[in-house]
Design a protein around this ligand. Sequence first.
Ligand SMILES: Nc1ncnc2c1ncn2[C@@H]1O[C@H](COP(=O)(O)OP(=O)(O)OP(=O)(O)O)[C@@H](O)[C@H]1O
Ligand SMILES: Cc1ncc(COP(=O)(O)O)c(N)n1
Length: 269
Amino acid sequence: MKKVLTIAGSDSCGGAGIQADLKTFSAHLVYGMSIITSVTAQNTQGVIDAYDLPVEVIEKQIRAIFNDINVDAVKIGMLSNSRIISTVADLLKFYRAKNIVLDPVMISKSGFKLLKDDAISSLISNLIPICTIITPNIHEANLIAQMDIKNIDDMKKACRIINDLGARYVLIKGGHLNDDAIDVLFDGKGYYQFKGNRIKTKNTHGTGCTLSSAIAANLAKGFDIVESISKSKNYIQNAIENSFSIGLGVGPVDHFYEFRGVEVIKYER
Ligand SMILES: Nc1ncnc2c1ncn2[C@@H]1O[C@H](COP(=O)(O)OP(=O)(O)OP(=O)(O)O)[C@@H](O)[C@H]1O
Ligand SMILES: Cc1ncc(COP(=O)(O)O)c(N)n1
């Protein structure tokens, strides 16, 4: 049984954060473990507040896992301030963690800041160089690459800039652009496009958390990066197609797995 760890915030309504990650791990038949960095009070209508755990408590959780268990992959989600970021980065380096999937969570869909403005530089200098893959959405990629991404060519350019910052693989998600939901991967040499059909729904709470956790699960199982993303893209497509309303606002995606394959286009540099 492969063992996958999420280091992220708790979402009380279960659509994003730790809860989405663990559901995704279970659906991929890997054993899920969690380090909680922050407890958010949120529902489908928005985040009411977020309470960060003391870094000492976060450190103890990480040490408890790595001192005992061989971790096959790590997904990183909400780390809200620079102290938490540097603590997590130092410990992952110390324990030589492998298959690190960094979802650089910054703002919730409802507009609540989950990362302090002054912590973006810490994320760039401490976490990007140690991750295997970073999975920013358009907004996050804009802030990291200091760009204004409008189309696929811009996504490719931003991928290169973020790759230069030290991320081995960069996957920029196109969920927030119009047209098809196309995600672009840069592997340091060439580009791959992962194409999804845009689904008309308001229920997309936790899409980014789910995709990054699925990638971590697939890397843990030994698939290469392109196969891991391809399978995960298929998973999120199914999950959004079957998303549903549970409250008055943005509902969650559904977690089940059925592989149908996805169109992958490879580009030379
Ligand atoms: N309406 C949609 N139809 C199909 N795929 C979508 C849709 N919205 C997002 N996706 C896909 O879902 C995945 C997550 O992308 P998205 O851009 O929503 O991430 P995110 O903004 O980080 O998510 P979150 O807000 O949950 O953190 C990507 O593969 C993206 O292409
Ligand atoms: C704890 C936590 N982590 C991540 C998100 C982002 O998800 P979304 O953008 O769908 O609100 C969130 N809302 N809460």
